[in-house]
Design a protein. Sequence first.
Length: 265
Amino acid sequence: MIPMGEKKMTERQTRILNIISEEKKVEVIKLAELMNVTQVTIRKDLDFLESKGLIRRQHGTAELDAEDDITNRLAYHYYQKSLIAAQAAEMIENGEVVMIESGSCCTLLAEQIVQKRKNVTIITNSVYIANYIRPATSNNVVLLGGSLLMEPMVTVGPIMCQAATNFYVDKFYTGTDGFTPNGYFTGKDIMRVETIRVMSKQAKKTIILTESNKFSRQGTLAQFPADDVYAVYTDTKIPQNVREYLEEHNVVVNTVDTTKGREGK
């Protein structure tokens, strides 16, 4: 992946990425017609998206990179996730030290930090995030070592857990794979779940970033109960009963309307 630098994605590029993520493969000619711009302009936009590792170009078409599941998840609903991440970034101040685990929304949160904040130290076990946000010239990145899970490119295990206990932070950001009716955030991989639990214990506040559809799913392993979570950042489609449950358990629920704006719908 080519370093992202400081360049931000334009509204048109975001719309193009959304179209590709929905249709999987789109011709350049069609994109030019949909965006009402020349094919030359579309090719420049696709060059940028490809440089970020989000798409792959082939013979007059653009498609998601099927060989990289992490990137596929990031590209899918990129616009919605970017809004969630942008809202979460508002509570981070210059000079803070935060922990961030892996996930699409968390990756975009880290990107927001390096674009909008200075002297923030990001402590992460995500090799993907560390690579995605480079060069973070005005901020600091601490990558926690350990055994590497090739998918989703995070470090786990005793070495990583020991490394995490050397830090104490105000905020820890993570995603989730699901939510149970009795109020537990859940995961799928036992090593990763244990890692998230350890990182959470090193923070005063655990904060979940996720799309609302995760609240209709259930993972196989309990990460932690809602009582251990300070806040959730999601979209307005979060089920009302889930929102009420979280708020009853003193979780601050922050929502953003992802149905309007740059997607042109």
